[in-house]
Design a protein around this ligand. Structure first.
Ligand code: GRF
Length: 220
């Protein structure tokens, strides 16, 4: 089976990227990470990519304007050159414009630290705590023009504890989010998931609600 060609867009520490690269190195994932793009030169994730021998690019407003392009246009050009099967936004702290979303419709997914559709946007941990929710979680969803609004593929939940603060909640969610990402990528590798006219099909059935992670297995 040909490995899935994955491009990853990051802005920060890249712990999710590292988990993917490690799984690939162990032979546990039929994926080739063909490109990592960061909009920040100081993103820690770039180091993980370089250590794994993956192509990296820093694309920001300055690099784009030097080429007479918008940032999204330069990202699109870079992606076109690498021909990924799937583009993962992994802590990419930029809103992706409609043109780029359209070009990669059905081939672009995003990770978000909340149980979407709840808590789109930033600071999800403090917002969950302020609301007094009993659960928090993470989602992986297809990217559409609506911020954090595309169809959700899968989620993982974590209980909120009485003495949680945003940092403790984030620390407890992170390893689960990593496992969620690997499980979702496995579903892509196996070809079990399709995007058809804005809808998600898993095993040829329309996905009506997100799959949920249970002991590293995604359940419908
Ligand atoms: C993750 O929590 C992801 O959901 C959010 O940004 C974080 C990225 O973390 N969009 P890292 O850079 O992979 O450590």
């Amino acid at each position: 089976m040909k490995p899935l060609r994955l491009a990853v867009l990051i802005s920060g520490t890249g712990s999710n990227l590292k988990v993917v690269l490690d799984a690939c190195a162990r032979g546990g994932l039929a994926i080739e990470v063909v490109q990592v793009i960061s909009n920040r030169a100081d993103a820690g994730g770039l180091q993980h990519a370089r250590q794994a021998g993956v192509n990296t690019a820093i694309i920001d407003r300055v690099t784009a304007s030097e080429c007479g392009m918008t940032q999204d246009q330069q990202v699109a050009q870079c992606l076109r050159e690498r021909q990924p099967d799937l583009v993962l936004l992994s802590g990419y702290m930029r809103i992706v414009g409609a043109e780029l979303v359209d070009e990669f419709a059905g081939r672009m997914i995003n990770q978000h630290p909340s149980l979407l559709p709840r808590y789109k946007g930033l600071n999800t941990y403090s917002r969950v705590l302020a609301a007094g929710d009993q659960h928090h979680g993470a989602s992986v969803h297809f990217v559409t023009a609506e911020l954090d609004g595309g169809p959700v593929i899968a989620q993982v939940r974590v209980p909120v504890l009485d003495d949680d603060d945003p940092a403790s909640l984030a620390a407890r969610l992170a390893p689960l989010e990593h496992r969620l990402l690997l499980a979702v990528l496995e579903v892509f590798c196996s070809g079990r998931i399709q995007w058809q006219d804005g809808q998600v099909l898993v095993d040829h059935q329309r996905l009506h609600k997100p799959m949920r992670l249970d002991h590293d297995t995604l359940l419908s």
